[in-house]
Design a protein around this ligand. Structure first.
Ligand SMILES: [Zn+2]
Length: 221
């Protein structure tokens, strides 16, 4: 899944099993993440915001939807169920992170905030490999009239139902390219979380009963 990440010191993983036991962020099933340092997770308390931070200290960050670090001991971790987990990995340095991007974060500018953060830390955006993990795709991401205006129209199609289908992954790639990342270094998982019900949780399919999958990225310290 992560062939697109060229930095061989980076470990990245997507887990579609309940990691937070009973959705409690303090109780975790560590057996699922044995290859990562169990003591040093950096976890945003996600709110569909555009807040993206860099921290070299582990812990939870309130009101945040993307976390980066340069500390090789730290593993960045987000939760998803249909939203896109977007992994960023510098091609040869210990500089990496992960962003939670649903339609709200995306249309409000979470990727713009991400590029701003990396530039603030003197990074060239073209040095990052990007992977968009399993998420709801244009076959299933149906929206109503009320929010259709929020999306670039070239990535919206009319559905038979009278509603609209939106290609979130293509919007994300287009936004990443327009803020300065290299389009050729972006890979998208083919997996639609809504279609593949035996493999993934889907908020759209299961509503409140949906579990949460996690995306992790860390470094071989
Ligand atoms: Zn689908």
């Amino acid at each position: 899944m992560f062939e697109s990440i060229s930095n061989l010191s980076i470990k990245a993983k997507f887990i579609s099993k309940d990691f937070f036991i009973q959705n409690n962020i303090r109780i975790m099933d560590y057996s699922l993440v044995e290859e990562f340092d169990q003591e040093n997770f950096l976890i945003p308390n996600q709110t569909h915001s555009t807040n993206v931070i860099l921290s070299n200290i582990p812990g939870q960050i309130n009101n945040c939807d993307g976390v980066f670090t340069t500390n090789p001991k730290i593993t960045c971790l987000i939760k998803v169920a249909d939203c896109m987990p977007i992994y960023f990995a510098h091609k040869n340095k210990s500089f990496y992170g992960i962003v939670h991007a649903g339609w709200r974060g995306l249309t409000n500018g979470v990727l713009n905030a991400t590029s701003g953060l990396l530039k603030e830390h003197q990074q060239k955006l073209k040095n990052f490999d990007i992977f968009i993990g399993p998420s709801i795709q244009s076959c299933c991401f149906e929206i109503c009239n009320d929010i259709v205006e929020k999306f670039p129209q070239e990535f919206v199609k009319s559905a038979k139902s009278g509603k609209f289908l939106v290609d979130m992954q293509k919007i994300a790639v287009d936004m990443l390219r327009s803020v300065g990342f290299n389009k050729n270094k972006i890979t998208i998982s083919d997996d639609c979380t809504f279609c593949l019900k035996d493999h993934y949780y889907s908020y759209r399919r299961e509503n409140e009963a949906a579990g949460r999958m996690i995306g992790l990225i860390g470094y071989k310290a």
